[in-house]
Structures are given as C-alpha cells and as structure tokens.
Design a protein around this ligand. Sequence first.
Ligand SMILES: *[C@@H]1O[C@H](CO)[C@@H](O)[C@H](O)[C@H]1NC(C)=O
Ligand SMILES: *[C@@H]1O[C@H](CO)[C@@H](O)[C@H](O)[C@H]1NC(C)=O
Ligand SMILES: *[C@@H]1O[C@H](CO)[C@@H](O)[C@H](O)[C@H]1NC(C)=O
Ligand SMILES: *[C@@H]1O[C@H](CO)[C@@H](O)[C@H](O)[C@H]1NC(C)=O
Length: 438
Amino acid sequence: MCLPAVSWHRTIGNISIMRRSTGSLLILAVLVVGVYSAAIEGPIDFYKLYDNPEAHISLKGKATTADRTAAHGYPSEHHHIITEDGYILGVFRIPYSHKLQNQNAKRPIVLLQHGLTSCSDAWILQGPNDSLPYLLADAGYDVWMGNARGTSYSRNHTTLSTDHPLFWQFSWHEIAIYDILAIIDYALRTENGEGQDAIHYVGHSQGTTVFFALMSSIPAYNAKIKTAHLFAPVAIMKNLSSPLVRYLGPYLGHRNAYSILFGSQEFLPYNEFVMALFFNICQPDVLYRPVCESAMKTLYSGGRVNMTAMPEAMPTHPAGCSTDQMLHYLQEQQSGYFRQYDHGTKKNLQVYGSEEPPEYPVELISSLVHLWYADSDDLAAVEDVEEIANRLPNKVMHRMADPEWNHGDFSLNREVRKYVNEPVISIMEEYELKNSET
Ligand SMILES: *[C@@H]1O[C@H](CO)[C@@H](O)[C@H](O)[C@H]1NC(C)=O
Ligand SMILES: *[C@@H]1O[C@H](CO)[C@@H](O)[C@H](O)[C@H]1NC(C)=O
Ligand SMILES: *[C@@H]1O[C@H](CO)[C@@H](O)[C@H](O)[C@H]1NC(C)=O
Ligand SMILES: *[C@@H]1O[C@H](CO)[C@@H](O)[C@H](O)[C@H]1NC(C)=O
C-alpha cells in the first residue's frame, strides 16, 4: 500500500454520494447488474470492439521503469508475461550490472513485488545509490520487478479489454496464484534461470500479502524460494490503526449494497489531470509544495522521507488496481481472519463449499521468511504481524529499531539503504555463500 492518499479521497467521495442518494443507488445497481449480465452472457467483448484498450492508459511519452534504469546506465529489459488466465503483465528486469560486467556468470535471481496502487517504479525512486534493485544488481543479482494485473504496466489481456467488467474481477488472491506464480516460473525459464530452481523474493505491503496467499495455497512453490523478505507484512488486520481503513471497514468490509456497487471495477482510472496536479504540487519550487508534504506525512514519517524522490513517483502513481483488492482487505479488517474473498453466503457455497471463505493455511509456508515490520506502521500493526508470524514454521523477525518507522519508510526513507537494503542483501549473500559451499 504505497501512496494511497489520492485514491482514498475518491473512496470517501463515493461513499458520501452513495449515502446521500438511495434512489440513484438503485438505478445504478440496476444498470450495473444489466451491464454485468450482458457482459457475462455474450461471448464477444463489445468494449474491445468499440474502444481502444489503450485509450485510458496513456503511459505514452512517460518513462517506464526500464527507461529509468537504463538512464542510470544499467542494462534494462521489459518482458511481457502471460498468466494462465490470460492477463499480460509488464515485468522489468536488470539482468546484470554494467559495472561488474557479470552477464556471463550465473546470477542468483531476485523478484521484487510492489504494494497496492503502486508499481515497479516504487523500487527505484531513490536512484542507484540507495534503491534496492540497483544495489542488488551491483551485488551480482539478476533483478526482476513484477507488476500486478491492473497496474499501469499490466493493463492488457489476451481476450478482454480493460473496459470489460470481467477484466477487473480479481483480488490479490488472483495476483498471488496467477501473476506471482507466472513471474517466478518465467524468471526461472530465462537463459540465466537455467540450472536454477529457486529465487529470492522481496515484497512490500500487498507484495507480502500475495506471498502469503500463494505459498499457503500452492505450497509446492515454497521449494522455489531461497529467502523471502516481507516489508510491512499485511495479512491479519485486527489491530491496524489507519483511521481511514477503520472508518471504511464497516461499510465496505461486508457483502452489502455498498460493496456490491463498489466492487469489481477499476479503482482509480489513470487520470492525467489528477496526476498532473500531484506532479506539479510535489515539485521542489512551487507554492503548493506544503500540501504535497502534509499529504505524504500521514504515510511517511516526517522529515526522514526523501522528498527529492517524490516527484519521481508521480508520473506512474497511483498505478491502478481493482476495487476488489480493497474490499478484500476491508473484509480481513472486519473479520479478523486472513482468508479468501467473501462473495456472500450463496456464492461462497458454490466457490468454496462453505458459507464462510476458507482461511489461508499459512502453517504450510515452509520457506524461510524474514519479516520486516515497524511500530509506527498504520497498516501493518506489530500485534498482527506477530500473530501471523506465530503460525509460520520458518521465520526471522526484524522489528525496526526506530519507533517512528512507518509503512512508506520501507520505500522512501532516506536511510533505507542502511537499515533495510544492506541487511537484506547480506542475508541473501549469506544464503548464496552457504549453498555454494555444499
Ligand atoms: C533521494 O532521491 C533522489 C532522486 O532519486 C536521489 O538522487 C538521492 O540520491 C536520494 N537519496 C538521498 C539521501 O537524498
Ligand atoms: C552513496 O551512499 C553512501 C553510503 O550511504 C554515501 O557515503 C555516499 O556519499 C553516497 N553517494 C552519493 C553520490 O550520494
Ligand atoms: C496487448 O496484448 C496484445 C496481444 O494480445 C498485443 O498485441 C498488444 O500490443 C498489447 N498491448 C500492450 C499495450 O501491451
Ligand atoms: C488487538 O485486537 C484485538 C482484537 O480486536 C484486541 O482484543 C486487542 O486488545 C488489540 N490489541 C491492541 C494492542 O490494541
């Protein structure tokens, strides 16, 4: 969950609209149901026929993750990976370091997975001296940066356009069992992956949720993990303190008229106007810079965030997601469980064979999991992280010493290199050293 400040405002807007006008709610509901049944029954994607699927993306003319890494001299690749259910994911790679010229050596593979409403750019904002992908490449790693379905780089499908309602019918469960699974297998299949059967994994926020979901749902994938590093892990959400989530939970965390109306659609269509606005107010010299800073302070501990890196994020953030990902989180916050999506009793019976969604069996996550968590994290409370950790058979706890360390500090704290990135790389190095000896 990175930079949701912009997005949340919209959510509040939606709710107040809904509560004010029950009449239009009814009309809207009828419309939604109508569009849905038409879409589900017809085999043709009318939206794709009449609409240019790329019309709303407009990343055109903007630097991609690959452009940005290349600008710093690093070898950069842009891959398109197709999942079992037809989503086409844009995934970036720094295959080796131009400084080391190690392209002919066997390089350990590492996959970095971003948070909700974020994308691969989140990893590189602080530049080559501080950001994890560059530091990993310079330490000899083959670095992959994933992008979940629905984000700016992964808005494509073999048969559905992004305007088709079925395109947005997914939560982070599907990101886990289709997207992350596909990226891991693809990385292991590329030339450098030959002879390798496992990777290192790093996830932030939702990037941790999808790790828990995949590794507990398809435990065979634990064998493909050397070490996992979960920053600000989100699974159980009982003690989460974010006032916004606690406020929204009772409305949207249950199957009801609000959540049905809100569900299965794109959360924040990539909006040029909003982006331009935020890009501009976060520029160093403008009058409105304080607005940008105060918006960011709720997420990032004051004064320690690299504000120079902030405008770097603006062209591609927020990066898009399905409203179902948010609903799924709000359901966890309400139920207190880490479990699959709640479709309501009737559909749960069809999908899961039980009235309640099944819990993720996290006891089955046998891979080595390092949990990096913090006292001031609004979205991943210490009690919740420790509760999930108690059920993991193979974990190492890293509670940040700094009491002010927050959710966003894992990405934009000025000292993230010293407190997080370097220790993470040392742990990977230790693993590689041990396993090359045997
Ligand atoms: C902050 O971000 C900028 C822009 O990416 C980068 O040049 C700089 O090295 C980063 N770190 C610090 C400590 O300023
Ligand atoms: C890069 O980081 C190191 C260690 O944190 C620091 O000593 C050095 O001054 C930094 N270099 C630049 C160009 O920021
Ligand atoms: C989307 O995928 C199709 C193939 O199904 C491809 O022809 C097209 O170029 C892709 N568009 C983008 C924006 O990647
Ligand atoms: C965490 O949440 C549980 C369940 O809601 C509650 O019983 C407990 O007191 C909370 N702990 C803290 C430290 O807030």
